[in-house]
Structures are given as structure tokens and as C-alpha cells.
Design a protein around this ligand. Structure first.
Ligand code: SAM
Length: 225
């Protein structure tokens, strides 16, 4: 039997503000035209709805393991199809992710890391929390973000997994944002520097060669005279 999420989670900001804080993060960081993977839609779908409404043109791909939440997604995009332009949710167990089927992301949320995986997942050979997180992080573009939720009921359990991700995937801690623990993947600036330097070297060589050729040419002309 699939390890379903048997509940249907409505928005409850005092208890679980992570999705609302994520929307604030998107606004604060002026994230636009980004592809976002979101773990745990809830039945409120606030992350997908903001993407559809804030004009930033972000695209959200989200997962839920709750039949009730998935039904609410079907209802949402049936009644408001414009939301579906920016927000796709699918039903499944995140511990069955297949890297071959995933695109690249600018931002990944892992707010519920370690909360719901049990021996029930082992029974059908599902991924571990670390394996699942690595698959997603490997899909993040350089400079992209991965975010964890400090208020998660399993945050203590998640901390050693996050530490392994820091070591094994080189994610770099950023200042926290509200209840969210923020990391960036790679640093695009340092990745670009050597390319820039190499280009500058090639340009300088070409310039020097042209100078020599020009000198030679002017020397030949004066000899002829
Ligand atoms: C407590 S609810 C939180 C929902 C929302 N992120 C929020 O904070 O309001 C946990 C979410 O994790 C999802 N979830 C639980 N186990 C999952 C699994 N194995 N795969 C995918 N999603 C899962 C549930 O469907 C639900 O949306």
C-alpha cells in the first residue's frame, strides 16, 4: 500500500507558516520567471496560486501524497484554469521521484523533509530522505535555492540530513528568511569568472598578434619605399 498522507491540510498560518513565508521569500528576493519545485501542496495551494497571480511568471511544480489535496487541485484548476498556466501539481510519493523525469529548477522547497517517511516506504523500495533530497538538489541550476522549514515537526531529524547535503552537494547556507533555512547551490559568479578570464586572455593574444602583424606590414612597406 502506498504511504499516503491521510489528512487534507488546510492553511493554518500560526501552526504551519512555511508556504506563506515562502511566498514572502519569492516577493522579497524578486524571484521571477523561475521554475519552482514544491514538496507538499496542502489543500490551500497558496504557492501555486501566488505564482498565478503575482505577475512574476514563476512556474510551480508541486507534489502531494494526499487524495483530498489532489482532489482540491483538480477542482482549483477546473474552476480557475488560468491558475493551471503557472501551477502543476501531481499526486504521488516524493520518495519515488525519478531523476530522469525531472527538469531543472531554480528553487526547491523541502519543508517536510523527514516528516512522513516510514518503513511503509521501505516496503516498496522507495528512496530515503537523503536520496530524494540529492535528486532534487542535483536538478537545481547554479545559484538556485533550496529551502528547509525550521518549524518542521521533524526538523531535528532533518538536521543531520541537511548537514550531509552541505558536505555531499556543497549547498551554501544563506541568511534565514522568517521560518525558512535557506541554501544556495553553487555560485554562478565564481563559476563564470574563469570563463571570463580565459576569454580576456584569448582577446589579449589576438590583439598582440594583430599588433605584430601590423608592425611587420608597416616595416615591409617602408622597406619597399
Ligand atoms: C502538513 S501538510 C503541509 C502542507 C503545506 N506545505 C503547508 O505548510 O501548509 C504536509 C504536506 O506534505 C505532503 N506529503 C506528505 N507525505 C508526502 C509524500 N510521501 N510525498 C509527497 N507529498 C507528501 C502532504 O500531501 C501535504 O501536502
Amino acid at each position: 500500500m502506498l504511504n499516503l498522507y491521510k489528512d487534507t491540510w488546510a492553511l493554518d498560518v500560526p501552526v504551519c507558516p512555511c508556504d506563506v513565508h515562502f511566498n514572502d521569500f519569492v516577493t522579497d528576493k524578486k524571484i521571477k520567471n523561475a521554475s519552482i519545485f514544491h514538496f507538499g501542496t496542502g489543500s490551500h495551494h497558496v504557492i501555486g496560486i501566488q505564482a498565478a497571480e503575482d505577475g512574476r511568471k514563476n512556474a510551480v511544480f508541486a507534489i502531494t501524497a494526499s487524495v483530498g489535496e489532489y482532489d482540491s487541485y483538480v477542482k482549483l484548476i477546473t474552476e480557475e484554469p488560468r491558475v493551471g498556466n503557472f501551477y502543476k501539481a501531481y499526486f504521488g510519493d516524493i520518495y519515488q521521484l525519478d531523476k530522469r523525469l525531472l527538469p531543472e529548477f531554480d528553487v526547491v522547497t523541502l519543508f517536510h523533509l523527514c516528516e512522513f517517511r516510514t518503513p511503509e516506504n521501505d516496503a516498496y523500495g522507495a528512496l530515503t530522505d537523503l536520496e530524494m533530497a540529492k535528486i532534487l538538489i542535483d536538478k537545481i541550476k547554479p545559484g538556485g535555492y533550496v529551502l528547509f522549514y525550521k518549524g518542521s515537526m521533524a526538523f531535528e531529524k532533518a538536521l543531520p540530513v541537511i548537514a550531509k547535503l552541505e558536505k555531499q552537494r556543497g549547498i551554501v547556507r544563506q541568511p534565514d528568511f522568517k521560518t525558512l533555512q535557506v541554501y544556495r547551490v553553487g555560485a554562478p559568479k565564481s563559476a563564470k569568472k574563469p570563463v571570463k578570464k580565459a576569454k580576456a586572455k584569448v582577446k589579449a593574444k589576438i590583439k598582440a598578434k594583430k599588433k605584430i602583424a601590423a608592425k611587420k606590414a608597416s616595416g615591409k612597406t617602408s622597406k619597399r619605399k
